[in-house]
Every structure is written in C-alpha cells, then in structure tokens.
Ligand binder design. Structure first.
Ligand code: C5P
Length: 396
C-alpha cells in the first residue's frame, strides 16, 4: 500500500515519525509531503530517516518535480492521509484551494483521503471548523478523531490527534475497504456496550451480567464496513478491535455524558449497553458495616441515554437493543415507539440465552418492517445487523 502522508503545521506533528513507523510496520510505503509550517515542528531529517524517501514540500522544486511530479504523486497514492490536520488545512481543503503542494495533490488524487484533525479544543469546537469538518465529511473524506484528553496547550478537551497506532490501523483498513463495497464508508458509528456499575460504597456496586460481546462484535462489523467507530464501554473483559476509539466508563451517568460529548459527529448510534436503570441515591463515603438484620438502599432512575439521543434534533440514525425474558415482540415494538427509535434489535435473555454467551438469536423491528435472524454466533449476527442498519440508514 502506498500512503501519501501530508503533515501540516500543528504541535502533534512531533508524533509523525512514530506514525510513519507504525504505517511501515503494516507494510506501507510512505511518501511524506510537508507544509511549510510543519517544518517548524518536526525535521525533514527525522522523517526522511524513518520513511526512507526524500521529503517533498515545495510545489516549485524543479528537481523534485522532474523526478516525480505532483500529479504523479497524486496517482501513486493508494491512500492520502493528512496527520495532523490543522484548522488551516481543513479550511483550505474545504474551500478547494490549491495553494501549495499538499492541497494540490489532494485535488489531483482519486485515492481515498483521510485526515486526523489536531488542534486546541476551543478551536475544534469553533463553528467555522465544524462547518469545514461537515463539508469534508460530506465529500467522502474520512475524519479520524479527534480524541479527547489533555492537550499540548495545557488544557483538556476534544482535539487531540488520535494515537499513531490507531491512525495506522484505520488507514490500513481504508485500503482494504476501497476494493470492496464498504456500506459504511465515511460514516461515524457511536456504540455503547457492556454493563454499567453503580457504586453503593467504595467497595460495592450494582451491575448486571452483560459481557459486552454483542457491542464489541457490532463495533468490529461496523469497522469492517468502513465506518469510523467510537465505542463507549462499561467494564468488560474483552478488548476492542484495533482502530476503534474506546472511551471507558463506569456509571450510567458517565456513559450518558461521554455519549453526548461524541454524538455530534455520529451518523449512527447503536445502544447495545445494558445500562443500569437505577443507581443508589447516595454513595457511602466508607464501607457500609453490617449491623442490622436487614437493610435497604434507596435507588433513583439513571438517565435513559438512548431516549435522549433519539430526541436530538437532526440526531443520528438510532438503534436500540431490547433484552427481554418474555413477550419479545410486544415489548420491543413498544420501545421502538416510546423511545422514538429508527430500529430495535430484540433478543430473549435468561436460561441458556443472551447474556455472557457467544451466540444469540435476534428479531429486528423498524417502522413498517421486521427481520428475524436465527441463532448464530454474535460475530455473524453483528455482521447481519450492521448490514441491515446500513441499508435502512441509507433509505431513511
Ligand atoms: O428500556 P430498556 O432499558 O429496556 O431499553 C433498552 C435499550 O435502551 C438498550 O438499547 C439500552 O442500551 C438503552 N438504554 C440506555 N440508557 C438507559 C437504559 C437503557 O441507553 N438508561
């Protein structure tokens, strides 16, 4: 795979030698094109050493152009990746500018383009930047991240460049999907998975038997269909597929808050999590000692994440799960209507089925249609559910 790596001038550029290493470990040839401001953050010498190819930066470099012109570079690339992508390069790409070598190549290539934005969180939240992100996503440019966390400026928020390893994994997937028909190319899918834990005191909590297997299988299936996947996961014993962005949470409230931080970028929301419906009113500061013969814990409702997402104005295509021990169809259809969902996936749980198993059987309902999938592995079921979601999402 030939990856043309465009580096623009943000502080995260210091991570690009690492990114080149990760891409090359995956068998990629990497040709670097830097913008002039990128040279302020990372040296040509380092990048040339790790990529093994001369660095390109100047559209008017006669010698370099004679060896491989910008049009030849655009044709050479199987994937064009810009990491980090600054607010400036996003604006230039959105406007269709061809003011330097990198933007010219972007206009001249037929290869899939992916960008990994990286900037201060206030800049990322700026409506102008968000408008450019939307424009680029609508044109089929893959937007990788950004992640949230501590930033070089000392603040915390959304705008960190994704980990080089994650970027390399996603970019490798893009080329595989470019040959196949990826049903969710350029879509961002946000998934909740696993149980939540509602603390009672420092050593005890209320939880349930969800293993997270269904949600993680859905995440893998969505990624295989070319989606960028963000997984908000309660505590589970399984690992997410490479390239999926995982946010670990404990409580229903944390899952709610994290979902709403990321929902703006999502085209599809799939709520597979077994969210605790109630939490203790108060969390004891110290371990509760046993004194009385009986005790009770007062519980209050947790926020319904799925209902809150389905209620968003111009929100994503919203898919719920319904785990029931009886009256599957009736309860599932009730939830579809009550929670105002686009689709609901229903399965029986209890003796020998559902939770903490590798197989399952499901019935899927939407307004005016339904489909049943017989018992199969959760991995296979996830593939079928994701295909159905992609088809329904394309129709509605
Ligand atoms: O109402 P019920 O809990 O049965 O609905 C199940 C669906 O709602 C699942 O998709 C689950 O992930 C979601 N849910 C949620 N937040 C809650 C409770 C359920 O997102 N607090």
């Amino acid at each position: 795979m030939n990856v043309l790596l465009g580096i623009s001038g943000g502080i995260a550029a210091y991570k690009t030698p690492e990114l080149v290493r990760r891409l090359r470990e995956r068998g990629a040839e990497v040709q670097i094109v830097m913008t002039s401001s990128a040279e302020e953050f990372v040296t040509e010498t380092a990048l040339q050493a790790v990529s093994g190819r001369p660095i390109r930066s100047n559209l008017w470099d006669k010698e370099a152009e004679a060896a491989m012109s910008h049009i030849e570079l655009a044709r050479w690339a199987d994937v064009l990746l810009i990491a980090p992508a600054t607010a400036e390069i996003m604006a230039r790409l959105a406007s269709g500018a061809a003011s330097d070598l990198l933007t010219t190549i972007c206009l001249a290539t037929r290869a899939p383009i992916a960008i990994a934005p990286a900037m201060n969180h206030v800049m990322w939240a700026n409506p102008a930047v968000q408008k450019n992100r939307e424009t680029l996503a609508e044109r089929g440019i893959h937007i990788l991240g950004p992640d949230s966390g501590s930033q070089a400026c000392g603040e915390t928020g959304e705008g960190r460049m994704l980990d080089p390893d994650e970027i390399a994994a996603i970019v490798s997937g893009l080329q595989v999907d470019a040959g196949a028909t990826a049903l969710l190319a350029c879509k961002t899918v946000l998934i909740t998975a696993g149980p939540t834990r509602e603390p009672i005191d420092p050593v005890r909590f209320i939880t349930n038997r969800s293993s997270g297997k269904m949600g993680y299988a859905i995440a893998a299936a969505a990624q295989q269909q070319g989606a960028q996947v963000v997984l908000i996961s309660g505590p589970v014993a399984i690992t997410a597929p490479r390239g999926v962005i995982v946010h670990e949470v404990q409580t229903a409230q944390e899952m709610y808050d994290t979902t709403h931080v990321h929902i703006r970028n999502a085209d599809i929301f799939i709520a597979t999590a077994a969210v605790a419906d109630y939490r203790p009113v108060a969390v004891a500061a110290h371990k509760i000692k046993k004194n009385e013969q009986s005790m009770s814990i007062e519980l209050v409702r947790t926020p319904d994440i799925l209902t809150s997402v389905a209620a968003l104005e111009s929100g994503p295509f919203t898919v719920g799960f319904a785990a029931e021990t009886e009256n599957l169809r009736e309860y599932a259809l009730g939830k579809l209507r009550r929670k105002n969902l686009d689709m609901i996936v229903a399965n029986l749980v209890g003796a020998g089925c559902g939770f903490d198993r590798d197989d399952n059987a499901v019935e899927v309902f939407w307004q005016g249609g339904e489909q049943a999938f017989a018992t199969d592995s959760k991995v296979e079921l996830a593939r079928r559910i994701v295909k159905l979601v992609a088809e329904r999402c394309a129709i509605t």
